[in-house]
Ligand binder design. Structure first.
Ligand SMILES: [Zn+2]
Ligand SMILES: [Zn+2]
Length: 401
């Protein structure tokens, strides 16, 4: 890939594209480390496995109280006996019809169905079927509990996995010699057993020279369900090879340490939807040029202009007394009615709104990338260069639409 000549002038132009610090939050960036309360909300419910932060406030218990479902079931928890009994129902098929002991069972009446706030399958999936209810793995939960029950995880562990850190200031000349003026990065994600996205690969290049600074497999600190190879391009073979050669980075701290060798607080970090990469790295950085945000703003401006022009045309037509049919966006005319033009029209509309890296690389750079999408996956080096070149395109085409 071509090098870009680094100059103060170019850096000034890059800074113009930088997202103002105060706007980062609205674009999905996390700008502050998590508080203790936010960290506690990262704990998962023992029943439905959702993070407490994903559950609506009224549905969760005080995050400070952690009653294990097991203890409650044995009558040693702090819940009343009836609630404790319903907290975990060992026999799920019977669960739906189970009634409290003091109620008489009338076979004529339909059994009351407990209304659980926390719904789950107490069994496990074996050969695509739940062991608890013999239903297919996609079936709705067969059992539940009256309350969500956060896992009793220590704050130390929560900090290790979830806490986010600012780019540290590097002291001393030796530490600073590798710090770059601007870099571009791309992360690939796998899926943890919990369903969360986890960092599995990190690629970092020097924005100007194009030197590949990092291109490494990252090992998450939680068990993985799958690598999303079809998209991430990362295979178990690559993971095992990296483990054998000890070239992999440990997530998230090891990956951040590797990054911070090249990135100081003043380094401009270029990415596409880079807030997702930052989240997976549990990293807070303020100097950001995001090709997605740049394109998103252009698209928004065009959409607004088009809307305004349309409104003006309607207003003018009304004033002139000519009848104007409002354009229905969802209306799909039949093939026969318009000679099969509808699909092409729809396609064009979608293409104009496509802000994916793949779509933009084709439109702006005339470059086809991610050809392995859905099969062999993305190449994170290719993606990183596409992002950098997209930003460079905007520098060399100021005011482009
Ligand atoms: Zn079940
Ligand atoms: Zn739950």
């Amino acid at each position: 890939m071509e090098a870009i000549v680094q100059s103060e002038d170019y850096l000034t132009q890059l800074r113009v594209l930088m997202e103002p610090k105060e706007n980062l939050k609205q674009h999905g960036f996390i700008t502050q480390p998590l508080t203790e309360e936010e960290l506690l909300l990262k704990r998962r419910c023992l029943g439905c496995k959702k993070a407490m932060s994903q559950l609506r406030g009224r549905e969760r218990k005080d995050p400070g109280i952690a009653v294990s479902a097991h203890a409650a079931n044995n009558g040693t928890g702090s819940l009343p006996a009836t609630e404790a009994a319903a907290l975990v129902l060992a026999t799920p098929v019977a669960a739906a019809t189970e009634v409290a002991e003091n109620q008489s069972i009338d076979p004529a009446k339909p059994a009351p169905v407990p209304r659980f706030k926390c719904k789950f399958h107490p069994g496990e999936v074996v050969d695509k079927y739940w062991t608890c209810c013999d239903q297919h793995c996609t079936a709705d939960p067969c059992s539940g509990a009256h309350f969500h029950d956060p896992q009793d995880e220590s704050l130390v562990k929560l900090v290790q996995h979830h806490q986010l850190y600012h780019t540290p200031i590097v002291h001393g000349r030796v530490g600073r010699q590798d710090i770059r003026a601007a870099v571009a990065l791309d992360c690939e994600m796998g899926t943890a057993k919990t369903g969360d996205s986890e960092l599995i690969k990190l690629t970092l290049i020097d924005y100007f020279t194009g030197e590949i600074l990092i291109d490494k497999i990252v090992e998450p600190d939680v068990p993985l369900q799958h690598l999303n190879t079809k998209w991430s391009g990362v295979t178990w073979g690559q993971v095992r090879a990296a483990q054998r050669k000890r070239t992999s980075l440990q997530a998230p701290a090891g990956a951040r340490r590797a990054l911070w060798k090249f990135v100081g607080p003043e380094t401009i970090v270029v990415g596409h939807g880079v807030h997702n990469d930052f989240k997976s790295l549990k990293w807070i950085h303020e100097h950001v040029v995001d090709s997605f945000i740049i394109e998103f703003k252009i698209k928004k401006r065009i959409d607004e202009q088009e809307k305004k022009a349309q409104e003006e045309a309607i207003a003018k037509a009304k004033a002139d007394g000519t009848c104007v049919e409002p354009v229905k966006e969802d209306a799909v005319p039949t093939e026969a009615a318009n000679g099969g033009a509808a699909p092409a029209q729809k396609k064009r509309k979608r293409k104009g709104g496509n802000l994916s890296l793949r779509g933009l690389a084709e439109r702006r750079l005339n470059r086809k990338i991610q050809l392995g999408e859905g099969k062999t996956g993305h190449d994170s080096v290719e993606d990183t260069f596409a992002t950098r070149d997209l930003v460079h395109w905007h520098i060399t085409h100021p005011g482009a639409e």
